[in-house]
Every structure is written in structure tokens, then in C-alpha cells.
Design a protein around this ligand. Structure first.
Ligand code: 6PG
Length: 477
């Protein structure tokens, strides 16, 4: 068999689908998995594409099957497995052979690995991909990080296996070292928030308006024809319409309300805190998943505190909910892109801000019609807060009342809407000329002499309480 253009190590669902995608696009690809049964399985399901796939029984065999300089994709679980795989590969590779980690790595790990590779004089790419199994098979969104020349070396493959938006590949180099994995992490943070906002709208319909799953499905399907057009709204309509095979009831009604997570949403929140770039809607979404997992506590809480059901305000309409989602989505994007911009500066990456919105328009989980306008707004001003950009300001003007109405009505009816409430609080803070942080500054100065700025002068000042003990008595004689 002729030599392969590229190799894939790790044939879990994503690795297997990516291998088929590469083969489907005309490239010869070598495939290896620690458990060989997965290689056999892949070859059996590959059909006609098997002729372009070289099944390998060992890493050595994989390395030997590749054209030089070699390109090896790692599709193994994030964390120590990646390090172990790099350690296993490195002695077999030449200095100019390229390792490409396409898993959901923490960008700090990618920076460390990139640094080690750089010191050893070896190329290394950390590449985020989004789109789930279907995306991996038929066209994901691809976010690359590492040396530009290494990206260019494999761009002819990544561009064609990626999704495309009106002829443009949804694959792009984001910047050095961990830039690609950072962008993917923020993508996932937005994914968490987007999902949570939709789930909260579903909750208001189900518990506040007494709507059946099928009725919710119709609403989602209708919304998917408007401003909210997106993959996540589309699949929410589909899952709400589906029936459980064994009971015949709506599938949603038999699913336990305990959500899983692998950590990328949490990483987004941690990094936002480290960078001082607030993402409260994403935080609320991560928090909501954590709360969902504490089922025993919730059951206890419900039995102690919820003897009576609460009524939702009769005046709340489906249209208010749609507006709430539109406003919430804009604010969640605004936060995510602000975080990306802050990271771009702090880590010295020069992230292609409009480019990120562009490659998220197809292939990835958060793909949505709104990303087109996002790209346009960021092209005009890459560091703009989206909620303040002309196009979105007009949309917020039209929709923020619905967000306010929904969040207030839901809270009055004791329906938990943490992401919608966080979006509203963010908006009210973002548009507040005078916040209450003067009180915080006074408190800080009182107990710690931290000083504050005055509204009428330069420099650091202390308050009149300075020099007083905690009871307010003067300590200065
Ligand atoms: C994607 C997804 C994917 C993620 C899953 C599960 O862009 O294709 O973000 O990478 O791993 O959605 O994530 P959680 O288990 O954390 O929900």
C-alpha cells in the first residue's frame, strides 16, 4: 500500500469519524488504536473508503506507513493520555515530523506541550474541532494553534475535511501555541450557555405554561425559522418531538434531569476569572449543570420548601420567551467574544476575531444565523462588545423587554432561570452609568486602607474613617 498522507491515533467515535472524513476527501490515512478491535471495526464499516485507510497494529507500524515529513493526529482523551501518546511517538519520529493534538485539550496543557516541542525543535499543533460525531465525519469547524508554518503544512487537508460556509472552509489558524484549544474552550463555554438558555425556555413552557413536549417542539421549530436559527434550537425541536421507544411517551419526559459535563465549560469560567473578563451567563450555565447533578439535595429541598406550585404570570407569551432567548444569546456571545479578545491581548495571540465567528457559522455545535452578523460587527471593530455594536444594539432594543419580562415572571413563579437572570443582570450592569462599586471601595478602604479614586480628582484617596478604630473612635489621640 502506498504511504499515507496523515495518521490518526485513537479511534473512539471522533477519531474513527475523522479518519473516514479524511479518506472520503481523497487522502490516504493510517489508523491506529490501542485496542486493535476498533481498527478492525473501522475497516469493516469503512466500505469503499477502506482502500484509502491503512490499518496499523502498532504505533511503530503507523509511523512507518506515513509519508515524510510525517503528520500524526492524536484523537485520544484529553489529559495524561495525550502526554503518554506523545512520549510513545516521539522516539519513533524525526525532528520535522508533526504531532497534531485534535482532542479537547486544556489550552494550558497545549501551551506546555508546545513549549516542550519548541525546545526540542519539533513542530506541534493543538487543534480544536467541533461538530460532534457528524461534524467529524462530514465537516467540523476547525480551530488551529501552533507554529503558522506547521498549520500551513496540513492546511490542504484540514481545509477540505472542514465544513464550508458559502465556499469558505470553516478551518483557520488562530495563533501560536494554545490559541486553537483556547478558542475551542470558549466555543464550549458558549455552547453550555446556549444550551442552558434553551433549556430554561423549555422549563418555562413546560412548568409555567403547562405545555407538552410536542408543543414545545413546535415552538422550537418555529423559532428556528427566525433570528434564533441555529443547530441547537433545531435539535431542541427534534428532541422535544421524539418519543421514547419503550414507553411511547415523549423522550424528554423519561430523561433524568442530571446533566453531565467533561470540563470545558468550567475551564472557560476559570479562564474568564483569571483574565478578569466576565462571562456570567456561561458561569450560570456551568453552575446549573453542577446543581442538576446534586439531585439528592434538590429532592430534599423540594420536599422541604415547595408544598405548593406557583403560578406563572398569565401575561407571559411565547413571543416574550423568544425575545428572551434572542437577548440572552446576544449577551452570551458578547461575553464569549470579550473573553476571546482579552485572552488574545494577554496571551499575545492576535486572535482573528471576525474569523472565529466565520468558522463557527458551519460545522460546529453553536453554529447559528447570528454568527454572520457577529462576524460583520467584529470586522468593523474586533474588540467591540457585541451588545454595543449597532446591529445588536438595535436587536437588544427590540428584545430586552422580553428577557426582563420572562426572567421576572419565571422568578416570581419560582422557576429556576439562572442563565436568563444572569443575562439580564449583565445587561443592566453593562448599561448602568453609576453602579454601587463606590460602596465596595469605601468598605475596602475602611477595613484595609486600600484607597479609592474620587469622582472629582486624580490619585488615590482615603475616607474620613481612616485613622478610626472599628467602633468609629479616632485612633489619633
Ligand atoms: C463539540 C462539543 C464537544 C463536547 C461535547 C460534550 O464542539 O463538538 O463541544 O467537543 O465534547 O459537546 O461536552 P460536555 O460533556 O462537557 O457537555
Amino acid at each position: 500500500m502506498p504511504e499515507s498522507e496523515i495518521g490518526v491515533v485513537g479511534l473512539g467515535t471522533m477519531g474513527a469519524m475523522l479518519t473516514l472524513n479524511i479518506a472520503d476527501n481523497g487522502f490516504r490515512v493510517s489508523a491506529y488504536n490501542r485496542t486493535h478491535a476498533r481498527v478492525t471495526e473501522l475497516m469493516e464499516t469503512a466500505g469503499n473508503l477502506a482502500r484509502r485507510i491503512a490499518p496499523c497494529k502498532s504505533v511503530e507500524a503507523l509511523v512507518q506507513s506515513l509519508k515524510r515529513p510525517r503528520n500524526v493526529i492524536l484523537m485520544v482523551p484529553a489529559g495524561s493520555v495525550v502526554d503518554a501518546q506523545i512520549d510513545a511517538l516521539q522516539p519513533l519520529l524525526d525532528d520535522d515530523d508533526l504531532i497534531i493534538d485534535m482532542g479537547n485539550a486544556n489550552f494550558h496543557d497545549t501551551r506546555r506541550r508546545a513549549q516542550a516541542a519548541h525546545e526540542a525543535g519539533r513542530p506541534y499543533l493543538g487543534v480544536g474541532i467541533s461538530g460532534g460525531a457528524e461534524g467529524a465525519r462530514f465537516g467540523p469547524s476547525i480551530m488551529g494553534g501552533g507554529p503558522r508554518e506547521s498549520w500551513d503544512r496540513v492546511a490542504h487537508i484540514l481545509d477540505v475535511i472542514a465544513a464550508d460556509h458559502e465556499g469558505q472552509p470553516c478551518a483557520r489558524w488562530m495563533g501560536e501555541d494554545g490559541a486553537g484549544h483556547f478558542v475551542k474552550t470558549v466555543h464550549n463555554g458558549i455552547e453550555y450557555a446556549d444550551m442552558q438558555l434553551i433549556a430554561e425556555a423549555y422549563g418555562v413552557m413546560r412548568d409555567g405554561m403547562g405545555m407538552a413536549a410536542e408543543e414545545c417542539a413546535e415552538v422550537f421549530t418555529r423559532w428556528n425559522d427566525g433570528v434564533l436559527k441555529s443547530y441547537l434550537v433545531e435539535i431542541s425541536g427534534k428532541v422535544a418531538a421524539a418519543r421514547d421507544d419503550s414507553t411511547g411517551t415523549p423522550a424528554l419526559d423519561v430523561i433524568l434531569d442530571r446533566a453531565g459535563q467533561k470540563g470545558t465549560g468550567r475551564w472557560t469560567v476559570i479562564e474568564s476569572q483569571m483574565l478578569g473578563a466576565p462571562v456570567p451567563v456561561i458561569e450560570a450555565a456551568v453552575g446549573a449543570r453542577n446543581m442538576s447533578a446534586m439531585r439528592h439535595l434538590r429532592l430534599q429541598g423540594a420536599s422541604l420548601y415547595r408544598p405548593n406550585a406557583c403560578r406563572l404570570d398569565d401575561g407571559l407569551e411565547i413571543q416574550d420567551l423568544e425575545q428572551a432567548l434572542i437577548a440572552g444569546k446576544i449577551l452570551c456571545y458578547a461575553q464569549g467574544f470579550d473573553l476571546l479578545y482579552k485572552a488574545s491581548t494577554d496571551f499575545g495571540w492576535s486572535l482573528p476575531m471576525p474569523g472565529i465567528a466565520e468558522i463557527w457559522r458551519e460545522g460546529c455545535i453553536i453554529r447559528s444565523a447570528m454568527l454572520n452578523d457577529t462576524a460583520a460587527a467584529l470586522r468593523e471593530a474586533p474588540g467591540t462588545n457585541l451588545a454595543l455594536a449597532d446591529h445588536f444594539r438595535a436587536l437588544m432594543d427590540k428584545n430586552v423587554d422580553g428577557l426582563r419580562k420572562t426572567a421576572l415572571a419565571a422568578q416570581a413563579a419560582r422557576l429556576p432561570v439562572p442563565a436568563l437572570a444572569a443575562a439580564l443582570a449583565y445587561f443592566d450592569t453593562l448599561t448602568c452609568e453609576r453602579t454601587t462599586a463606590n460602596m465596595l471601595q469605601a468598605q475596602r478602604d475602611y477595613f484595609g486602607a486600600h484607597g479609592f479614586e474620587r469622582i472629582d480628582g486624580e490619585g488615590a484617596h482615603h475616607g474620613p474613617w481612616h485613622g478610626h478604630d472599628l467602633d468609629g473612635n479616632s485612633t489619633q489621640g
